[in-house]
Write a protein of this length. Structure first.
Lengths: 501, 155
């Protein structure tokens, strides 16, 4: 049993006292920022990335991964108790979770959210372990043409799952690719688009770009709205679910886990979509769809399981193919590179203890979250009473210090402000930033593989269509584009995102 | 000429701007052939594609659409104050050090809120300053100038 011995190796790594401590720290920080609206895992990982330099790479990745899935837990707590989604992925949980809380069932809703997430986390960990080796073996057969086409597929995926106009999302991807070109060209050494600024010779930093587009612009947007938050005053009574609730929730957890695991693996997919689709699925197959939105426990169980499953299975493409499928995974890829590990199929063979350690730590972290979250809910709720006017200057400050410490230069802080303005402008014009970030991360890899592929084929572009795997990726990408262009589906997609926003 | 979808129109213009810019600068680098691509090849193509997409978006915004949609009210205060607090922090960190730039960042950015209270913002600034000094300077030992450069004599 190779799988068992691998998992055993993972366990050894994950339960060393140092890793256990940082795993705990990661999920604790993750839950904390998940609870707070306005700061998400992207900014947090960016801020803490420089702080992990001193740690061994395994420990650093275990902590950063913990922040990521911990945030999914924290996000659901605020959705249920305050009707404010702490994270985008827990928007759906508000619909039924808050209703349950109003009916005095907040405890049950929190319990099913935690247990559902835990079940989903266990399943996703196993799935990740089973899929990793065969997938990474496939990846070894990849040439430049296959990689290029796979990235096209991933980018189209990010377009499909972005809300709003498709053509604008395509534009954002291309703009992201262009921004990825800034800096020294690896083949010729030419400085591209650096305009004589020495700090740009290394390219635009990922951290300033992500912090500007997501962090700063989000703060400005929140300040424009006048939001009022009301903390649930009533006491949270009883964490136990009734038998009836358990019977209703158990199958929903199973379905949510499956949906989430599948959608997590797809490039460009991920957590938000997973929770949303699983909610729609529950509503569709329910005998009583009217009860959704009025405190149906299945409306909490399914999306919470799905978003947790997806947040773990989306590590599959990163760890096996080296391709991050969403923004947070792009941050993780950045973290791996900073720690001297090139994400890709070689990670499993060259750093087995890192690979399996991180996978098993996710399971350990999920266990910690269940134990940690239920007793600490009171603390989290109290935290929510910190007014936003005190919170956002703190977020800005941590962002600035984090950005400065990546390269010890103040130019990046100015760059962040620039991208903050750009991100805010795009938000006003209804252009989603996620495809841009993915394009930015994949841009340099895509160019390199395109150049190598075309060099090998002596300038004949047909190589992308004659190699079967490459053709398959391109066909799938094309099929996805056709599907979203169909009027019926387009309308449904717009409805879906409309409800979500 | 009546622009029916102002948002798409502007987004299209931004894409055209970046697209033409990218293509124009790529032209100054070596383009190469499709078998031996130079540094300018890929960005030149991308720039062309982006400008093309932008043009399509602009043209569609002129012809199609469900009439004028009222743009959401735009308020300059949060944009200007939040962005300038960040820029100021970047400009002042080296000459004035972490302590002064932190206080300035917190106070300027706090003014962006509608619920701004002077005393509260100042208190917040000092609490955060203490947290930052303890976590980043004392525990994590970040290489960051703490005091103004005219006091430490370093630049």
């Amino acid at each position: 049993m190779e799988l068992l011995s691998n998992l055993a190796l993972g366990f050894q790594t994950a339960i060393s006292p140092l890793n256990l401590f940082y795993c705990f720290l990661g999920v604790l920080i993750g839950t904390l920022i998940g609870v707070l609206p306005g700061i998400g895992p992207v900014q947090t990982i960016a801020i803490l990335l420089p702080a992990t330099f001193a740690l061994p790479p395994v420990t650093a990745l275990i902590m950063l991964a913990g922040i990521y899935y911990g945030a999914q837990y924290g996000g659901s707590t605020t959705s249920i108790l305050v009707n404010v989604p702490g994270e985008a992925s827990s928007v759906v949980t508000c619909m039924d979770g808050y209703q349950m809380a109003l009916q005095g069932r907040a405890g049950a809703a929190l319990t099913i959210a935690a247990l559902g997430s835990f079940v989903a986390g266990c399943f996703a960990t196993l799935l990740l372990a089973v899929l990793a080796i065969p997938l990474s073996e496939v990846a070894f057969k990849f040439g430049p043409a296959e990689y290029f086409s796979l990235m096209v597929f991933g980018l189209i995926g990010s377009i499909v799952f972005a809300s709003g106009s498709v053509i604008k999302a395509v534009g954002m991807v291309v703009l992201g690719l262009i921004l990825g070109m800034v800096g020294t060209d690896i083949t010729s050494g030419t400085h591209r688009f650096s305009f004589g600024i020495p700090e740009l010779a290394d390219g635009i930093g990922f951290v300033p770009l992500a912090m500007g587009l997501f962090g700063i612009s989000e703060i400005i947007k929140s300040l424009e709205r006048k939001e009022k938050r009301e903390v649930l005053k009533s006491k949270i009574m009883g964490f136990w679910m009734s038998k009836k609730e358990i019977r209703a929730a158990a199958p929903a957890v199973a379905r949510g886990t499956l949906t989430g695991s599948l959608l997590g693996i797809l490039p460009g997919g991920g957590v938000i979509l997973a929770s949303f689709i699983s909610y729609m699925l529950e509503k569709r197959i329910s005998r009583d769809p009217q009860s959704f939105g009025k405190g149906n426990i299945r409306g909490v169980a399914a999306p919470e399981s799905a978003n947790n499953a997806a947040s773990q299975t989306c590590f599959v493409p990163l760890l096996t193919l080296g391709i991050p499928s969403n923004v947070i995974l792009a941050m993780m890829a950045g973290a791996m590179i900073i720690h001297g590990i090139q994400p890709g199929p070689r990670v499993i063979s060259s750093n087995p203890e890192l690979f399996w350690g991180v996978i098993v730590s996710m399971w350990v972290g999920n266990l910690m979250l269940v134990i940690l979250n239920l007793p600490l809910i009171g603390v989290w709720v109290k935290l929510l009473s910190v007014p936003y006017r005190l919170l956002y200057p703190a977020i800005l400050l941590f962002c600035c210090i984090g950005i400065y410490s990546v390269n010890n230069n103040t130019f990046d802080i100015g760059l962040t402000a620039f991208f903050g303005l750009l991100g805010y402008t795009f938000a006003k014009l209804e252009c989603e930033p996620a495809p841009l970030i993915l394009g930015f991360v994949l841009g340099p890899m895509m160019e390199e593989n395109l150049r190598r592929g075309m060099l090998l084929s002596r300038g004949d572009p047909s190589v992308f269509f004659t190699r079967p795997l490459s053709l398959a990726f391109l066909l799938m990408a094309f099929a996805m584009l056709i599907v979203i262009a169909l009027p019926a589906i387009r309308r449904k997609r717009e409805d879906a995102f409309h409800e979500e926003g | 000429m009546h622009i029916k979808r102002a948002k798409d129109f502007k987004a299209g213009l931004i894409f055209i701007f970046f697209g033409i810019g990218s293509a124009a600068f790529s032209g100054t680098y070596q383009i190469g052939t499709s078998a031996r691509m130079g540094p300018g090849y890929f960005p030149f193509v991308l720039g062309g594609v982006l400008a093309g997409l932008g043009l399509v978006i602009v043209l569609r915004s002129l012809s199609r659409g469900e009439g004028m949609r009222k743009a959401r009210s735009f308020r300059a205060k949060p944009v200007v104050l939040v962005l300038s607090s960040v820029v100021l922090f970047g400009l002042l960190l080296r000459p004035l050090g972490l302590i002064f730039s932190t206080v300035i960042l917190i106070i300027v950015s706090s003014m962006a809120s509608d619920e701004f209270k002077k005393k509260e913002a100042i208190l917040n600034a000092f609490v955060l300053l203490a947290i930052v000094l303890i976590i980043f300077v004392y525990f994590l030992k970040f290489q960051i100038p703490v005091w103004p450069s005219f006091l430490t004599g370093r630049i």
